[in-house]
Design a protein around this ligand. Structure first.
Ligand SMILES: C[S@@+](CC[C@H](N)C(=O)[O-])C[C@H]1O[C@@H](n2cnc3c(N)ncnc32)[C@H](O)[C@@H]1O
Length: 351
């Protein structure tokens, strides 16, 4: 099986190279409005943003930054198939301007923008990020009432393009082979994620300084979302591609991808990240199988049996829907004019 990964060093406010209704899933994390690290980027897109910030007009700057993102959301409505899903990872921002501290609710403004464009909001995920900080306050310390709650979560907002679910041909193999395990369903489809700790980060190949500069998310975020909301053969688009974590996840998950990124230096970072993509994709698949086998052992220790046998792996599964699950590993990657072509083979589980 081959997948293609198209990359554009270009502005995603105009996605003219992407055909109407040609993408099944969007997974992305935009620059977060009112977070200082993205001020210069937003000011390049609209110079009026600098003057609003300098004059202390936080609300006007917030709105002007979102107006830039809105232009990308306009394009998503066009390129996503009916019933296609958009997953937007975004955090709120806290900021003091002119000595006035407040929160800028990015998640609420993005939700409004998608609703205005005909998307239906679906239940979202609150991603509770691991933190080392023991000091749970901002502001005036131990004296009420002027301390503030610290923000230690981000959102994964989920929207469906239009009111209808995607339709598939009956018995579609590409859907059944892309099944997830019962216990993964229970963990992934919970509305608070506390277990994304970036465990694979050592393998993911983003140096810490680049992670800081790019706002890269851990591979586990796009990988899970790809498994939850797409099937083999589908294409995922990331209009704010950064260091390419979404494409890396798509390569591991055996989906096609398209990425747009303004900063061309991130492409070199990505070249390094896919150096060892064969090993990474194997490790991701094997880890899922190992965790599943641990789950089977725990069930059996509790005296519960599982009802079905997997067809492609030596393991029982809970439901018939999981029985055809088939992981894929990357066998080879070739550079093409528009990005990469990747050859996948069924995951080899011996040795
Ligand atoms: C939060 S980062 C994404 C990080 C990415 N998820 C990763 O794991 O590396 C947002 C990215 O969007 C890019 N960007 C912002 N506006 C853009 C636009 N209009 N078109 C294309 N890329 C844009 C920025 O350069 C930045 O790399």
């Amino acid at each position: 099986m081959e997948t293609t990964h198209r990359l554009f060093v270009d502005d995603s406010r105009d996605l003219r190279a992407v055909a109407d209704d040609s993408v099944e899933l969007v997974v992305t994390s935009p620059p977060y409005p009112m977070i200082e690290m993205w001020d210069d980027l937003f000011a390049d897109l609209d110079p009026a943003i600098s003057s609003e910030l300098e004059s202390g007009n936080g609300q006007a700057a917030f709105e002007a930054m979102h107006t830039q993102l809105d232009q990308v959301w306009d394009e998503l409505e066009r390129v996503l198939v009916d019933g296609g899903i958009a997953c937007i990872n975004v955090g709120d921002a806290t900021r003091s301007l002119e000595d006035s501290f407040r929160v800028y609710p990015n998640h609420a403004r993005v939700t409004e923008a998608f609703e205005d464009r005909g998307f239906d909001p679906l239940p979202d995920i609150l991603w509770r990020k691991p933190t080392n900080s023991a000091a749970k306050f901002m502001g005036s310390g131990m004296i009420p009432p002027n301390a503030y709650v610290t923000l230690e979560h981000e959102y994964v907002l989920i929207f469906r393009n239009g009111g209808d679910r995607r339709a598939f041909e009956p018995g579609a193999d590409r859907r059944y082979e892309a099944a997830y395990f019962w216990e993964e369903r229970n963990r992934w489809f919970t509305d608070v994620w506390t277990d994304v700790k970036g465990e694979l980060q050592g393998l993911e190949g983003v140096p810490d300084d680049v992670r800081e500069r790019s706002g890269a998310y851990p591979l586990e975020i796009p990988y899970r979302l790809l498994c939850m909301y797409s099937a083999y053969g589908d294409t995922v688009l990331d209009p704010f591609w950064g260091t390419g974590t979404t494409t890396l996840a798509a390569m591991c998950a055996g989906r096609n991808s398209i990425g747009y990124e303004l900063e061309d230096t991130f492409l070199e970072v990505f070249e390094d990240r896919i150096d060892d993509i064969g090993t990474l994709s194997r490790s991701v698949g094997r880890t899922r199988l190992e965790r599943h086998r641990e789950f089977v052992d725990r069930r059996r220790a509790d005296g519960d049996d599982l009802g079905y046998e997997a067809v492609n792996y030596e393991t029982p599964v809970m439901t018939k829907m999981e029985s055809e699950v088939l992981f894929r590993e990357v066998e080879s990657v070739n550079r093409t004019d528009s990005g990469y072509a990747v050859e996948h083979v069924p995951l080899e589980t011996r040795n």
